[in-house]
Design a protein around this ligand. Structure first.
Ligand code: ATP
Length: 296
């Protein structure tokens, strides 16, 4: 591992989060039992440090050459720092949009641009180094809490880890554990709840500090006290990053700068919560059938 990463790490701190992104992605591929099929194009260059402007320019995509398009003419533009919520029925293509942004796959037609650069031309490492991917279920390894958070930035000091945990709202529950930040978790130690694992993931990602954040929002039932912490932690996590959330919580969707309503591989509506409600279209239907009752 050292030999493999050394040339990259030497370039500087900018690549710190690369290790995180890679570890997450390995984890994802393990879960999917699937090998990454995307390789660097000949002459690929490193993506310079980005601001986080993301554009899908008429993107169509199919998973296999002989199957129909899963995404059809998808276009949208996210300004640096914006929060984008992806909503729509199961199988609509939300995860596929995320898969193309993190370049698990190359687009079939059109282009994905980050800060105006076509991501098919840059090295995969340099792209993912600037992206944080948070899955529904957080990967916690056997070790102490400190190391589990430090996974976001391997050379972080204990003070940096604790500072990140505080901002992420994870500090309180950690201090209540037997040995605080030195408590062993997983196989040989304490088992964390789904909400606590998420708070750890928030702290880890804050430490990695990616410009683009991809979040598959957990649907797991979480107690209401942890839920409040998660909402607060999430707000801090989103600040100053371009974030794409496959969103399940109404509070997240309402707060988004843009909601992209995906259906049958297309973006059928885009706008803020208020704008889309006023349209009385698909989002309105979705809201009436799934979310409105939560507000009453
Ligand atoms: P959900 O809310 O259930 O996660 P989604 O909106 O994220 O759904 P996608 O996972 O993007 O939808 O799936 C879009 C379509 O692409 C579906 O028909 C799905 O079966 C198909 N699909 C997803 N992943 C693959 C894959 N690896 N190979 C082939 N087809 C796939």
């Amino acid at each position: 591992i050292n030999n493999f990463w050394n040339p990259v790490i030497n370039i500087g701190n900018f690549y710190n989060s690369l290790i995180t992104a890679t570890a997450y992605l390995e984890r994802i591929f393990e879960t999917l039992d699937e090998q990454p099929e995307v390789k660097d194009a000949p002459g690929a260059f490193a993506l310079p440090p980005i601001k986080g402007d993301v554009q899908f320019d008429d993107v169509s995509f199919r998973y296999d050459a002989d199957s129909p398009m899963t995404l059809k003419h998808v276009s949208f533009h996210a300004e640096p720092g914006q929060t984008i919520a992806l909503v729509g029925p199961t199988g609509a293509g939300k995860s596929t949009i995320i898969n193309l942004l993190s370049r698990f796959y190359n687009v079939t037609q059109g282009a994905v641009l980050i800060d105006g650069v076509d991501i098919s031309r840059v090295t995969i490492e340099s792209l993912r180094a600037q992206m944080g991917v948070m899955q529904q279920d957080t990967f916690i390894f056997s070790g102490d809490i400190l190391d589990n958070i430090r996974y976001g930035k391997l050379d972080a000091t204990e003070e940096e880890v604790i500072a990140a945990a505080k901002v992420a709202r994870a500090d309180d529950f950690i201090r209540q554990l037997k040995d605080g930040y030195h408590t062993t978790v997983q196989e040989r130690g304490v088992t964390l709840s789904a909400g606590q694992r998420q708070l750890i993931a928030f702290a880890r990602t804050l430490l990695a500090d990616p410009r683009i954040l991809i979040l598959d929002e957990a649907t797991a039932a979480i107690d209401s006290q942890t839920e409040i912490l998660l909402q607060e932690g999430l707000q801090h996590l989103l600040a100053g990053r371009t974030s794409f959330i496959v969103a399940h919580r109404l509070s997240t969707i309402r707060a988004a700068d843009q909601i992209l309503v995906v259906n049958d591989g297309q973006i059928v509506e885009a706008g803020t919560h208020q704008e889309l409600l006023a349209k009385h279209g698909e989002y309105f239907q979705l809201y009436e059938s799934q979310y409105k009752m939560l507000e009453e």
